[in-house]
Design a protein around this ligand. Structure first.
Ligand code: SAH
Length: 213
């Protein structure tokens, strides 16, 4: 597992691309600049690791596009020690971004193969999420709620109610909502039953599927 000067250079170019596309949070940019994304992908894709594109990982899933990771992370507005729930651990890249930013990370994955692979892999790189579980993200993680932020990294046909109810007051849910194409959506919890909704651009994710596999 090596990270060379070439990789570092390519990462800096990727950071510049994200700045051009509108990412402004300096902590998010620094984090993308420091995490070796190529190590989260199969070796045949190493050359692609620092293009701003999604790529296949195991079990027919994808590692999200760096711009999307940066944009969703920005929308969370997390601070050190924020308690964050991620739905769709996948390769663990987004999980690593959240850990690097100092969050207490809880993450759920429904594909057993990916869950096992990523649970072993993250600690090897020094990333220690609070909890990784094999389960169904539609249910959230009630035993560890409430959360300062929840980030869904798969396309949700509808907004799962448990996720809204597991937010702290002031907490933020970032979720792509839709079937074939999704709208990136942010919910901010204003009160027990009050949520402010903001919609951003279109995006495309693999689907959020019911039940674990
Ligand atoms: N954050 C990941 C994105 C992976 S793609 C990364 O950057 O690599 C989306 C992931 O969501 C897939 O791994 C998929 O298996 C998972 N997923 C889909 N439906 C889910 C559900 N209901 N609960 C938990 N994970 C789910």
């Amino acid at each position: 597992m090596n990270d060379t000067f070439k990789h570092k250079g390519l990462r800096q170019q990727l950071v510049n691309t994200l700045i051009k596309k509108g990412i402004t949070d300096p902590d998010v940019l620094k984090t993308i600049g420091s995490i070796p994304r190529h190590l989260f992908m199969d070796s045949s894709f190493l050359d692609h690791a620092y293009q701003d594109k999604a790529f296949p990982i195991a079990a027919d899933q994808t590692i999200s596009q760096p711009y999307t990771v940066a944009f969703q992370t920005e929308l969370l507005k997390l601070s050190r020690d924020s308690q964050i729930l991620e739905i769709g651990t996948g390769s663990g890249y987004q999980t690593a971004v959240l850990c690097e930013l100092g969050a207490k990370v809880f993450s759920i994955e429904r594909q057993l193969e990916l869950f096992k692979k990523t649970s072993k892999f993250l600690p090897k790189l020094g990333y220690r999420p609070r909890k990784l579980i094999f389960g169904d993200g539609y249910k959230g993680m009630p035993e560890d709620a409430p959360f300062d932020g929840i980030i869904v990294t798969a396309g949700a046909p509808y907004v799962p109610t448990p996720l809204l109810s597991q937010l702290k007051i002031g907490g933020r849910l970032v979720i792509p909502v839709g079937n074939d194409v999704q709208i990136m959506t942010l919910f901010i919890r204003k009160g027990l039953k009050e949520f402010e909704k903001h919609e951003f651009g279109e995006c495309r994710f693999v689907p959020l599927l019911e039940d674990k596999n």
